[in-house]
Design a protein around this ligand. Structure first.
Ligand SMILES: C[S@@+](CC[C@H](N)C(=O)[O-])C[C@H]1O[C@@H](n2cnc3c(N)ncnc32)[C@H](O)[C@@H]1O
Length: 423
């Protein structure tokens, strides 16, 4: 039997907790044993004092070390190999992985002792000398360690043998494989006009599994940018464009900028790395387009190919076009769908879409997308005005915001399509 001992000023809170649902069954069947230790029993005086004002001043009271130490020693005398856990917002964030580590410790026959402070917490010397792990249940504050310890106890208990009964359901769950679970549906088949997805009624298990895998990946991508994630494969083409006309100069005058070879190389390498289908170079001057094609040929067919073959792989996605309309026509002809223009700028514009929101939306877009970057001092207003979406600027922690277009493109691609591998 696994022993959980909780040191608290409010033992009665744990009575209901262990008298209901699966916790009750786990206790009843002898899988776990939950005991409370009244902290007040170790008070420093007959008045039952357990706390004191903080050194250095400040509001609130702090749990004194003597009662905490004596309570922990009492718990330890019953279960010497138990781990002592302090619930504190300063602790390591609770994750499913932490629960598994604690459950492993319990499966090896060791218990857990939870110290639940109230008010301003416990004297730091207890944390330093008697506590094995400090755990926070999240970036918010509740009134005491009791609820946080219940969260940990329930989370660990359900991983212990015999408590849930069905270990398969654990493997499928959110966070077990660094992703959210797929959405669940039950009867009725139709509820207030909303039907259950057809595939779940099909009886085709391969199709159901494929749907669940796709939804789990897509929802993780959209909802939890902090989790290791894999970019969902959008159903449509995602392209980028580097526009040399119409753009503005530093006075805001309309200009045509020159083609910079390194932009072509670097942005196509970034675009290829992040899975974009095409990089359009928009330039109205024929001679410059011809020159760019020539440079491109050098790398994709000439000596450059021999010298550095993987450069040609990146440059293969390059298309050099005279204007934005030709680019749109090219995409429409190839895909059969009019693409959406998504413009970028270093300047804050009202109504712009956050990069995070666009990243999430990308999982669901139904039209081809072109992420448009301007050269010079940025895209002219006539391009911005025809955009379907305008992305907010990229920011660092400074006021300086003059990224080169190839850096901006690389950072933007990473924010939108970058994958995070699990540990
Ligand atoms: C009001 S809180 C003290 C917060 C403390 N002054 C701070 O700012 O970190 C009182 C107690 O509730 C518990 N507690 C509150 N929020 C918690 C959280 N997110 N995770 C774990 N324990 C928490 C801790 O035991 C804490 O000592």
């Amino acid at each position: 039997m696994i022993s959980f001992q909780v040191i608290t000023l409010f033992p009665e809170l744990f009575r209901e907790f262990s008298a209901n649902g699966l916790m009750r069954r786990a206790v009843g069947e002898g899988n776990i044993c939950l005991e409370t230790i009244q902290l007040r029993d170790f008070a420093i005086n007959a008045q039952g004092q357990v706390d004191d004002s903080p050194y250095g001043g400040g509001s609130g009271m702090v749990l004194r070390p003597e009662p905490a130490k004596r309570a922990i020693e009492t718990a330890k005398s019953k279960d010497p190999s138990a781990k002592v856990i302090l619930l504190t917002p300063r602790g390591k964030p609770l994750k499913q992985k932490v629960l598994h580590e604690l459950a492993d410790h319990c499966r090896a026959g060791n218990g857990l002792i939870f110290l639940c402070p109230r008010y301003e917490g416990v004297d730091e010397r207890i944390a330093e000398t008697l506590v094995d792990e400090e755990i926070s249940i999240g970036d918010y504050i509740v009134m005491g360690g009791e609820l946080p310890s219940m969260v940990v106890i329930e989370g660990v208990a359900r991983l212990l043998p015999g408590v849930l009964g069905n270990s398969e359901s654990i493997e499928e769950e959110s966070f077990e494989r660094d992703r959210l679970e797929y959405p669940q549906y039950t009867k009725p088949q139709e509820f207030e006009g909303n039907a259950v997805p057809d595939v779940l009624l099909s009886g085709n298990h391969a199709a159901i599994n494929a749907w669940r895998t796709e939804r789990s990946g897509r929802d993780t991508w959209m909802r939890r940018p902090d989790l290791p994630r894999q970019a969902p494969k959008p159903a449509v083409e995602i392209c980028a464009a580097l526009v040399h006309y119409p753009v503005v100069d530093k006075r805001g005058d309309l200009i045509t900028s020159s083609i910079t070879t390194i932009d072509l190389h670097d942005i196509s390498r970034s675009a290829k790395t992040y899975g974009l289908s095409k990089l359009y170079i928009v330039h109205p001057v024929r001679a410059l387009r011809v020159l760019s094609e020539k440079i491109n040929d050098h790398w994709s067919g000439g000596f450059g190919l021999e010298y550095n073959p993987n450069r040609s792989e990146a440059l293969e996605i390059l298309s050099i076009v005279p204007n934005i309309d030709d680019m749109i026509l090219d995409i429409e002809t190839r895909t059969g769908i009019l693409p959406e223009l998504v413009t970028t700028s270093a300047k804050q514009t009202s109504g712009s879409c956050s990069v995070d929101d666009y990243r999430a939306a990308l999982a669901l877009v139904e039209k081809p997308q072109v992420i448009v970057f301007g050269t010079g001092w940025g895209l002219a207003s006539e391009v911005l005005e025809r955009a379907d979406r305008h992305l907010e600027p990229l920011y660092g922690p400074t006021d300086y915001n003059h990224l080169s277009v190839r850096s901006a493109a690389a950072i933007m691609f990473d924010r939108l399509f970058g994958e995070v591998k699990g540990a």
